[in-house]
Design a protein around this ligand. Structure first.
Ligand code: DGP
Length: 140
């Protein structure tokens, strides 16, 4: 897509710190470096986000994740890694070309965090089951 910054990065029209590239994906350091080694993996074919990503493209992107995660593990003294994908503005997506964040973790107090609330008490067994069934009914 002409005005997509990540399409331009994948094509080499905008410089980036490349970590990996093949015919399907491009991986490069995220400018923000939330933690050291913070890397993005993108499909070379433009898709706005996970809602638009064809299943075969998703498979191509996700099957590269372990390879790059292990390269980060070999390179950096990380203790763990978060794999994150934001979709639409409400979910903190700011660049509208699908990307997977790989965020090396060095300690529970490093610069990456998730606010994560347990709402299990708001559901009965029945409403929980009903929710699952209504989602299942929409799987195509
Ligand atoms: P998200 O908020 O999930 O859409 O993440 C977009 C990320 O992209 C954000 O962490 C910063 C990064 N980013 C934005 N523009 C550029 C750029 O031009 N180069 C690089 N390397 N990263 C960028």
């Amino acid at each position: 897509m002409d005005d997509c910054i990540f399409c331009k990065i994948a094509k080499g029209d905008i410089p980036s710190a490349k970590v990996y590239e093949d015919e399907k994906v491009y991986a490069f350091l995220d400018l923000s470096q939330v933690t050291k080694g913070h890397t993005l993996i993108i499909p070379k074919t433009h898709a706005r986000n996970i809602f638009d990503l064809p299943e075969d493209e998703a498979a191509e992107v996700f099957r590269r994740v372990p390879k790059i995660a292990n390269a980060l593990k070999e390179t950096l003294a990380l203790e763990g890694l978060n794999v994150l994908n934001n979709n639409e503005e409400v979910a903190s997506q700011s660049v509208f070309h699908t990307h997977i964040h790989l965020l090396p973790r060095y300690s529970a107090k490093d610069d990456f965090g998730l606010k994560w609330k347990d709402n299990s008490g708001s559901y009965t067994q029945e409403s929980f089951q009903e929710l699952a069934e209504s989602i299942a009914a929409h799987i195509q």
